[in-house]
Write a protein that binds this ligand. Structure first.
Ligand code: HPA
Ligand code: ZN
Length: 333
């Protein structure tokens, strides 16, 4: 039995496995520029974030109907459950779909259909976080938030907003207004920062956007003052070690600074980001960091505990306590 954990940094479009991509392509009459799944997999050789994003956005062409989005999320939730995920706060990129002529309702109702049955079918509680594409305009982000209005909690599944896509040159402050609007609507706020961008973007995400968690945040290590603040304020970081290796933010997994970050007192969590592209779902990632970094069972337990501490479960503390008790009771094989 895998260690119980929460997944807090997971792009649902990044769970599109080659097999499902080809199945949906056939169903929707979409021609992919790859002969088969094997040829597609050989394209998963990335030099940086942008080289990944090009493929990630390209492959989304196969996602067209509510059924497609439901199938995508169902497949992810089944895998996540098998890997010990008890709670998932799932990102999606509405602007990437709106730009292709796929309506917000198609995306959210499709994903929502899978999320609605996730607890009964897979034993996984879920939330949905809409991410703004930082390389698009602030106006486009505001339009996406407007389009999402009917689907915001408590009436729909969307509980928060995030910020992703190409980071360098797109500082958080560009999205001040839309984050203010999101806060006024009662949404939780997270943001990718310090993946490829400088530590100053982390500070800006906290100060200007009111981010409650930082996605990645790896480059905080370049600025001791930023580290000190993250430690002092217990700001969770949703690290994605396999992603960092595949997108070349770190050289090898054995060189990942996760142990040093834990030692520094940072509230670290370990997540899978885009598992279909980066080679591992939640427990695969825990296994990989344990093997490469020699983490002890107690360090793994700390990471699992942190994932539930950092989860947006403030409205259901009883559930959080239940999950935390499962972490404490877990016996390592
Ligand atoms: N970083 C930024 N944007 C993204 C990522 C990522 O790792 N995955 C999907 N969109
Ligand atoms: Zn990400």
């Amino acid at each position: 039995m895998p260690l119980p954990k929460a997944e807090l940094h997971l792009h649902i479009e990044g769970t599109l496995e080659p097999e499902l991509a080809f199945e949906l392509a056939a169903r929707n009459g979409v021609t992919l520029p790859y002969a088969d799944t094997e040829e597609l997999r050989t394209a998963y050789e990335f030099s940086d974030l942008q080289s990944f994003l090009d493929l990630y956005y390209g492959l989304m062409a196969v996602l067209r109907t509510e059924e497609d989005f439901a199938a995508l999320a169902d497949a992810y939730l089944a895998r996540a459950a098998a890997q010990g995920v008890r709670h998932a706060e799932i990102f999606f990129d509405p602007q990437a779909h709106l730009a292709r002529g796929v309506r917000m309702g198609t995306v959210v109702e499709g994903l929502g259909r899978a999320l609605d049955r996730a607890e009964t079918v897979h034993g996984v509680s879920t939330q949905l976080i809409m991410c703004f594409l930082r390389d698009e305009s602030a106006g486009s982000a505001m339009e996406a938030l407007e389009a999402a209005r009917p689907y915001l909690a408590p009436f729909g599944p969307i509980t928060g907003v995030g910020l992703d896509s190409a980071e360098v040159g797109h500082p958080p402050a560009k999205f001040r207004e839309v984050y203010e609007a999101a806060a006024a609507l009662g949404l939780r706020r997270v943001a990718h920062a310090g993946e490829e961008g400088p530590p100053a973007y982390i500070t800006e995400a906290l100060d200007v956007l009111g981010a409650e968690r930082i996605d990645h945040g790896l480059r905080c290590l370049e600025d001791p003052e930023v580290v000190a603040r993250l430690v002092r304020d217990r700001v969770p970081l949703t690290l994605c070690p396999l992603s960092n290796v595949r997108l070349r933010a770190v050289g090898t997994l054995a060189e990942h600074p996760l142990p040093a970050m834990l030692d520094a007192g940072l509230l670290c969590t370990v997540n899978s980001d885009d598992p279909a592209y980066f080679g591992g779902y939640a427990e695969d990632t825990f296994d990989a960091v344990r093997a490469a970094l020699g983490l002890s069972p107690e360090q793994l337990r700390e990471l699992a505990r942190n994932s539930f501490t950092a989860a947006f479960l403030d409205h259901d503390e009883e559930r959080r306590s239940r999950y935390l008790a499962e972490v404490e009771a877990y016996e390592f094989p």
